[in-house]
Design a protein around this ligand. Structure first.
Ligand SMILES: [Zn+2]
Length: 288
């Protein structure tokens, strides 16, 4: 007669993790064959989500229209003259308090002579606002008008977003001729944003904005904006695109291409790697 046999499991009922201590073993269901420490999994998921979010932000910011040579401009490397310190403080204060400004639809008007650093401050403001998770876009009036012309075949494929992003920078208003058609384009855009209480930053060196955007749009813009007047000698002449500025990294640098997760599993450390490709294997979608 055969004796009944007793079976003993050699698998421990808990696994060690050097970081989080012992954790309960799970049954191997064949679907989740690795016994990963749940605390390790949580931590690495959080880190990976941060990495993905960094990529989403970088991509949205990089494609928002800021010209290549302005992508390293920030409040940190804005070298203001004494006269323009206040202007820089107003712009950075606007970025810091953006939720309030946004709620009230308050925009910014950056005025001053050619090359006094208006675009630098506008880009720095937009960058900080986007860093806080808002959508944004930058467009010069010259590009905007070109994109609206029939037969345009340039890189701007979506002009509708200029009316809907949380913050729009309309750069260098007044650099064009100011024809009725041009005024109409500017007025339509500003009025659409005004109707939705969406703030706009305008940079200009013309004292007569109405001649370029129309009386109605300027009246409405004037109702709710802060004015930043930049004075003094040419910023470009005073602060040329020198080596230091050229060597400055992007204001929102590119995150690492690879994400490496290390987790304790079945008594040892395992590594998982994720690579971000140009196509966005992590399924990053820009909210623009
Ligand atoms: Zn762990």
């Amino acid at each position: 007669m055969t004796q009944p046999t007793m079976s003993f499991s050699l698998t421990p009922s808990s696994w060690p993790c050097d970081l989080h201590g012992e954790y309960a073993m799970m049954l191997d269901d064949g679907i989740h064959p690795q016994n990963i420490c749940p605390a390790c999994a949580r931590e690495q998921n959080d880190r990976r989500e941060t990495w993905r979010a960094d990529w989403r932000l970088h991509r949205c910011w990089k494609t928002c229209g800021i010209p290549e040579r302005f992508r390293n401009r920030s409040f940190h490397n804005y070298r203001s003259s004494t006269a323009n310190k206040r202007a820089a403080a107003i712009a950075s204060g606007y970025a810091e308090r953006f939720p309030e400004q946004y709620a009230q639809g308050v925009g910014l008007l950056l005025t001053g002579d050619l090359g006094t650093g208006k675009t630098h401050l506008a880009v720095a403001t937009l960058t900080e606002v986007m860093r806080s998770g808002r959508t944004g876009a930058f467009i010069s009036t010259t590009e905007l008008l070109a994109a609206k012309k029939p037969g345009y075949s340039g890189s701007i494929t979506d002009t509708a977003k200029f009316a809907t992003v949380d913050l729009l920078v309309l750069d260098d208003v007044g650099a064009t001729r100011g024809t009725d058609w041009e005024i109409g384009i500017h007025a339509d855009l500003l009025n659409a944003r005004y109707d939705d209480r969406l703030p706009t930053i305008i940079t200009t060196n013309t004292p007569n904005l109405a001649a370029f955007v129309g009386d109605r749009a300027i009246d409405r813009f004037e109702e709710s904006k802060l004015t930043v007047r930049l004075v003094g000698e040419s910023y470009r002449r005073r602060v040329p695109d020198d080596e230091v500025l050229r060597a400055s990294p992007f204001a929102i640098p590119e995150p690492p291409l690879e994400f490496k997760a290390e987790l304790w599993s079945s008594g040892k450390v395992i590594t998982r790697r994720y690579v971000m490709t140009a196509k966005g294997d992590e399924k990053i979608v820009c909210a623009s």
